[in-house]
Design a binder for this molecule. Structure first.
Ligand code: OGA
Ligand code: NI
Length: 311
């Protein structure tokens, strides 16, 4: 990404998009257009960008991380009370806090719908097409994470992966550790930007956009000095949903331009689950990143004659 001298973004290797024009300024057409252009650029390159002035008050974000820290610091017996039955080590627990419900509400009602609209517009789709497609709100999830600081034997917080949803909105604390794979193949650390949120484009948007927008590969490196806390909100579709590039982006007359064949979302999730089981060795992490490419169609509709293939 090119940065010029006047760009407030110049200290980072990623886009930091100010969303205030979408909340406060009537008109502001130029600012809005510029934000959408930068989102388009970031999504086409890597699938990752940061947002600030996104509508969630700073103190709500601070309080959310404080509550998560407090929860994780508590005794295991307490945490297990909130674990699904039967409680088992590593199982996700339900956090009953009011603060979490408020944060979830901000994500589901304010942040995610705005991002959805901006992605829609950055793709040049008819207004609200993505919103109409993604109209069911019963599948969204929010997860709080506690990453222990690195030890001699464990330095990986989270292996490289892509999120299998529409997109994820991430809140990381001031410890940092998230990295994403930039378009040029370099892993870029996402240095903490206070009160920002990170947007990770997922596999579903990659397919709907006919590959124009990338599902971002990302990972977490274990912090060296102290534990790290983060919160991830996943904007999701239901299993029965049909996933296929929008006809508006494939040129209705020529299916040859279509880069993915359609599938039911639950088929993809099942395939993903099977691949996770097959590749439990963390060194295989890259093998599970591109499961969605199972549905990719050949780049060119013209197949080479068999005779030209090497023996
Ligand atoms: C995820 C994820 C990163 C983080 O939940 O999919 O990549 O910073 N989380 O916790
Ligand atoms: Ni992720």
């Amino acid at each position: 990404m090119a940065h010029h001298a006047a760009d407030p973004n110049q200290d980072h290797d990623f886009e930091v998009i100010d969303l205030s024009p979408f909340f406060t300024t009537p008109g502001a057409a130029k600012e809005k257009e510029e934000a959408i252009r930068r989102i388009r650029e970031a999504c086409s390159d890597s699938g990752m960008f940061l947002i600030v002035n996104h509508g969630v008050p700073a103190e709500a974000l601070d309080e959310t991380l404080a509550v998560a820290r407090e929860f994780f610091a508590g005794p295991d017996e307490e945490k297990l009370k909130w674990s699904p039955r039967p409680p088992e080590p590593g199982a996700a627990a339900t956090m009953p806090m009011e603060v979490m419900e408020r944060t979830f509400e901000y994500f589901v009602k304010t942040v995610a719908p705005l991002i959805e609209t901006l992605i829609n517009d950055a793709l040049g789709l008819p207004p609200d097409l993505l919103r109409q497609y993604n109209s069911e709100r019963q599948w969204d999830v929010m997860l709080a994470y506690h990453y222990f600081k690195a030890t001699e034997t464990k330095k990986v917080g989270s292996h490289p992966h892509k999120d299998p949803n529409l997109f994820t909105v991430l809140l990381q604390d001031d410890v940092g550790g998230l990295e994403f794979l930039r378009g040029d193949g370099e892993w870029i650390p996402v240095s903490p930007v206070p009160h920002s949120l990170i947007v990770n484009v997922g596999d579903v948007v990659q397919v709907l956009s006919n590959g124009e927008f990338k599902s971002v590969a990302h990972r977490v490196v274990s912090p060296r000095e102290k534990d790290r806390y983060s919160l991830a909100f996943g904007y999701q579709i239901g299993g029965e949903k049909w996933v296929e590039p929008f006809a508006e982006l494939t040129g209705q007359s020529s299916k040859a331009m279509n880069r993915f064949q359609g599938f039911h979302y639950h088929e993809f999730l099942q395939l993903l689950g099977e691949n996770y089981k097959l590749h439990l060795d963390p060194n295989d992490a890259f093998a599970i990143m591109d499961v969605v490419n199972h549905y990719a169609l050949p780049a060119s509709p013209v197949n080479l004659p068999a005779a030209t293939a090497p023996n």
